[in-house]
Design a protein around this ligand. Structure first.
Ligand code: SAM
Ligand code: SF4
Length: 314
């Protein structure tokens, strides 16, 4: 369905949990997590996805928190993939449990995976994730590729943390059919508290690897590049330095069942306990509430989104 600004809203991101088996410093504040019983049931999620598909949503992404910690996640994926009109089901994961679930997710009909990996050094990984192990993620990537998933690696660029690994990440695309996606750190939740030097614009990637060649296409919000003769490619996602609101095609469903028309607004529309025509109406309302663009990020100021990323579903 089109919004007020002529954008076709055909993408719904579904957060299935606020829980996570990591606690990345830019995403999760220390402290209490949301109790599990607060989250939407699978039946409720499927009902909302069906209503969205009836409004011409074509793509779903499962996220969180960490979606693979939600029990029965593969069953949910299988139900979502069978909804008439849904053409693509993707999932974003930190990869910790992926080795165990890759084959089952493939069988459930998941089309593609984004795996978050901000460093290739085990000690840095442990530090940034507050105790996570790198090795299971690397095994998870291999397992996903072995069962035939197209894999994108999400790398959040952070000054003083991983800018010296940009070349190493890009080199991975030389021989592997990966898309490495560099993402600018957003001032959301603890991401706003890491200090001015933590934010790096994606242009830093092009400065460090000038041989990257622009590919004609964009994919959603990513500008695509490749090394000469590489198998894989590089995506640059610039939510801070570059205004891509005019291409925004998405809605976000939180684990508690509220729709966020915009990541950077605290406006939320509750879908709990609603069915049929009323549910369709709420979805239309949410699409109608999408602003034409986000407010400018002011230096040192947090996004007005009202929730940290693990409670929105990045
Ligand atoms: N737990 C899963 C994972 O890490 O892939 C899915 C949820 S996580 C919130 C989704 C994505 O949001 C991850 O790629 C993460 O790096 C990204 N993210 C979290 N906080 C962010 C921030 N402040 N700025 C940019 N990206 C962020
Ligand atoms: Fe968990 Fe993903 Fe947030 Fe890291 S980025 S704390 S893995 S939800």
């Amino acid at each position: 369905m089109q919004d007020l600004y002529g954008r076709e809203i055909d993408y719904l991101r579904i957060s299935v949990t606020d829980r996570c088996n990591l606690a990345c410093r830019y995403c999760m504040p220390t402290g209490q997590q949301e109790p599990a019983e607060d989250v939407l049931s699978f039946t409720e999620i499927v009902k909302i996805a069906e209503a969205a598909a009836a409004l011409r949503v074509r793509k779903l992404r499962i996220t969180g928190g960490e979606p693979l910690v939600r029990e029965g996640i593969c069953t949910l994926c299988a139900h979502l993939r069978q909804i008439p009109g849904i053409e693509e089901l993707a999932l974003t994961t930190n990869g910790q449990l992926l080795e165990r679930y890759a084959a089952e997710l493939k069988k459930a009909g998941v089309d593609r995976l984004n795996i978050s990996l901000d460093t290739l050094h085990a000690d840095r990984y442990r530090e940034m994730t507050r105790g996570g192990q790198l090795a299971p993620v690397l095994r998870g990537i291999q397992a996903a590729q072995a069962v035939g998933f197209p894999v994108k690696l999400n790398v959040v660029l952070m000054g003083g943390f991983n800018e010296d690994e940009i070349e190493d990440f890009v080199q991975l695309t030389r021989e592997q059919p990966l898309e490495v996606r560099f993402i600018e750190l957003m001032p959301v939740g603890p991401g706003a508290e890491l200090g001015a030097n933590a934010y790096l614009p994606c242009e830093e990637v092009l400065r460090r690897v000038p041989e990257l060649e622009r590919m004609g296409q964009t994919e959603g919000v990513a500008r695509l590049y490749r090394l000469p003769e590489s198998v894989g490619r590089v995506g640059l996602i610039s939510p801070v330095s570059c205004d891509f609101c005019c291409d925004c095609n998405r809605l976000r469903l939180t684990a508690q069942g509220t729709l966020k028309p915009c990541l950077h607004s605290d406006k939320e529309i509750s879908l709990r306990g609603i069915a049929g025509e009323a549910l369709q109406r709420k979805l239309r309302d949410a699409i109608g509430e999408k602003p034409d663009r986000r407010p400018e990020f002011q230096p040192g100021q947090a996004s007005a989104g009202g929730r940290p990323m693990y409670r929105i579903g990045g």
